[in-house]
Design a protein around this ligand. Structure first.
Ligand SMILES: NC(=O)c1ccc[n+]([C@@H]2O[C@H](COP(=O)([O-])OP(=O)(O)OC[C@H]3O[C@@H](n4cnc5c(N)ncnc54)[C@H](OP(=O)(O)O)[C@@H]3O)[C@@H](O)[C@H]2O)c1
Length: 248
């Protein structure tokens, strides 16, 4: 039997790199994308390397077509490429928002645009969109990053409803803090931070064995944030100020 094929974007470091290793260890064929050939080159030798910039719509479409032409249908795509930079109110710049939306939202949209027609035509396939708990509700310093992740959550929910019965299974992944080069940029304490290989193991299990729409972890942190977003604003804002030590 042919081994299943996963395509992972943002696989040159952090969560994506750990995912590529985990899927490979579990016997999957892995196609891995990112811009940085250096990071991709550290992946297991039989990894199918597809360097690209997710913000280039035509490149992404060509990459998906060439993976499928050479290796057959993609069974699972994990649209994980993303970036982060703090956007404090004292340094509020449209360029930061443009960059984060271009990579996090449009990079993911480019992947979806390439995959959806193919998967819908064959009535089969799974796509995981990697958002973040930062998209659940507004958090200080993350007005741009959080907004990109909120957009991804909303978009994936909408697509989930539209794709029901099509054979295409779209999933949402909302990690809490994971130790990667991305979170190494943060200068605040990151509660319940886990290692990238643990995140990858959880995602592998959820995306290959679980059936739920959303995968979120670590749960003691994500449930807290889910509760927080249910609060009325008159409680939400003082609590967030208290927890983060930001604002008056
Ligand atoms: N770490 C966390 O705590 C955390 C929590 C929640 C959600 N997430 C999400 O998880 C995903 C992975 O993050 P990470 O923490 O593993 O960060 P990371 O180590 O910085 O990895 C980001 C990956 O995305 C790739 N990438 C960035 N821009 C790209 C572009 N234009 N085209 C193609 N690839 C691009 C990077 O590769 P190149 O630079 O080589 O292109 C890299 O492989 C992101 O979507 C992030 O928002 C992370």
């Amino acid at each position: 039997m042919t081994r299943p094929l996963v395509w992972i974007t943002g696989a040159s470091s952090g969560i994506g790199f750990a995912l590529a290793e985990e899927f490979s260890r579990q016997g999957w064929r892995v196609a891995a994308s990112a811009r940085g050939a250096g990071g991709l080159g550290q992946l297991p030798a039989d990894t199918i390397l597809v360097p690209l910039d997710v913000t280039d719509e035509a490149l992404v479409a060509n990459a998906v077509a060439s993976i499928e032409a050479a290796h057959g249908p993609i069974d699972l795509a994990i649209l994980n490429a993303g970036t982060h930079r703090p956007t404090p109110v004292v340094d509020f710049r449209p360029a930061d928002f443009r960059e984060l939306f271009t990579v996090n939202v449009f990079g993911t949209v480019n992947g979806l645009a390439a995959l959806l027609p193919l998967m819908r035509a064959r009535g089969r396939g799974r796509i995981a969109v990697v958002a973040s708990v930062a998209g659940y509700s507004g958090l200080p310093g993350a007005s741009a990053y959080g907004a990109t992740k909120a957009a991804l959550i909303n978009m994936t929910e909408a697509l989930r409803v539209e794709l029901a019965g099509s054979g295409v299974d779209i999933r949402l992944v909302c990690p809490g803090f994971v130790r990667t080069p991305l979170t190494d940029r943060n200068d605040f304490p990151m509660p319940f931070r886990i290692e990238a290989d643990e995140a990858a193991r959880r995602m592998f299990r959820a995306l290959t064995k679980g059936k739920g729409f959303e995968t979120h972890f670590p749960r003691r942190f994500t449930f807290m944030l889910k509760l927080l977003r249910l609060l009325p604003y008159r409680l939400y804002f003082p609590l967030v100020r208290l927890i983060t030590g930001q604002g008056r």
